[in-house]
Ligand binder design. Sequence first.
Ligand SMILES: Nc1nc2c(c(=O)[nH]1)N[C@H]1C(S)=C(S)[C@@H](COP(=O)(O)O)O[C@H]1N2
Ligand SMILES: [Mo]
Length: 506
Amino acid sequence: MNRRVRGLDAAEIGVALLTAIGAVVGSLVAIGNTPGFVLPSTAAVVRDTLPGLLVAAGIGALRDLAQPLLLLGSGVLLVLVYGAAALAAGRVTEGAALRAGVTVLLVGALTALLTGSATSAFGAGLGAGVVAAAASLSLDLSGPVGASGTGTEDPPGRRRLLQAGAAVVAGVVLGVIRTREPDTGDDRQPPDPAAASLLSAADDRSFSLPGAEPLVSEEFYTVDIAPTNPNIDPTSYQLAVTGEVGTERTFTLEELQELGGERRFVTLRCVSDKINGTKADTALWDGVPVAAVLEAVDAPETCCVTLHGDDDYFVSFPREALDPGLLAWGMNGRPLPRGHGAPLRTLVPGHWGETNAKWLTEIEIREEPEEGYWEQRGWEGTGEVNTVAKLHSTTIEDGVVRVGGHAYAGTRGIDAVEVSTDGGDSWTEATLSDTLPGPTPIGEEEPEATGEAADAWRMWRHEYEQSGEHEVVVRAIDGTGEVQTETEQDGFPSGATGWVRKTVQA
Ligand SMILES: Nc1nc2c(c(=O)[nH]1)N[C@H]1C(S)=C(S)[C@@H](COP(=O)(O)O)O[C@H]1N2
Ligand SMILES: [Mo]
């Protein structure tokens, strides 16, 4: 009895936590899995509150776990904060209706602070209010509760929990339906026919290597600073070109498309990619050459440029790297997917992944260099990619060993891949896939490749007979004749180096 007067019995805490979950789910149902959803918003607040170094170290050490851990931690924090608000509402009020009302107000205000979104705040408040109301509804239904429980009737606390739980489950169902909505660009239309024929040319040139992607990746990696992707309406989208230009102006997607289109095979590789990692992939991209856009604004030659994304990402690097780039709205013959930067992203030939800004909102032409998001956190990832040969496929059959993978050196191109099966004492040249076709114009009946080389990886394979344990080593030779450096270096801060080595038991 006393326990209850003090108020913090298990049921009350349980209902408060369920109310908190109701708030999170309510925000999701209201605004979908967008940056306004309170969970990624909170994660972004937590991330920005942690010192940059910790984030850099976290990304380096925890790698792919950093983002899920951040979301999980933020989720727990959020439920505790909302839960405390729900408990506080119970403390300061008498009666179920008033309590639900105060809960709605507290949760709504908290959410507005965290997300800056009225829709999200409304959804969270409503979600919490519904759960709180559902919990007290059970009190009304159960009527006066006799002290002489017969054992067949649920105790009120348990019933409140069940009612609140049922409301949460209903909310979760709505939330799941909400997140099932297709993303921008996620249509299952067949690819554009001209793109389809290029994709099939890529398919013909691919080696079929178990464990390795074909020349055009089936699963393209993603690296994001934001816990969830911006969701930009392509019809109201605008790209601003600002700074040291003749005339600052904005472009709609349609205006950009009217400037002329080009289709290019391009490989992206993250500077944090391990030497034999998988944060490198290739796609066929549709877009407008950056040069056409810069010409339309009379951009003079300057030292630098900063690109800004809708997720507040920004990256700054030399102008000469950007000018031959592409602003892409399509990927593999379909609209650019939301996860890869819809409606428009940058592709910078031969430079590390981080220069390829997604959800591009602004091109800022500058006279002075500055540090971008990752450079402020210790990375040096705005330069040209390092040369790498990866070993992702090893099969052994009847004493025959088949090894293979990809090699990439940006715009330098790949001249050869060499394989050693004795730990590096002797080397043999591997078989290389044909290079992917160079850029082609969009919209022409018989598009002719420009003759330029594609900024894309090649595949390599090698087959030999050997039994017993031995060490396979691979290295690439780039288009300038330079051999991939043997010196081993971690991805942080300026990209992994060294040769990929693998012990094979044949
Ligand atoms: N707006 C924005 N652009 C971005 C990033 C980002 O977090 N936000 N990540 C960058 C990094 S580090 C890489 S490696 C590439 C990855 O592109 P992808 O996710 O399409 O593979 O995008 C770059 N562009
Ligand atoms: Mo990256």
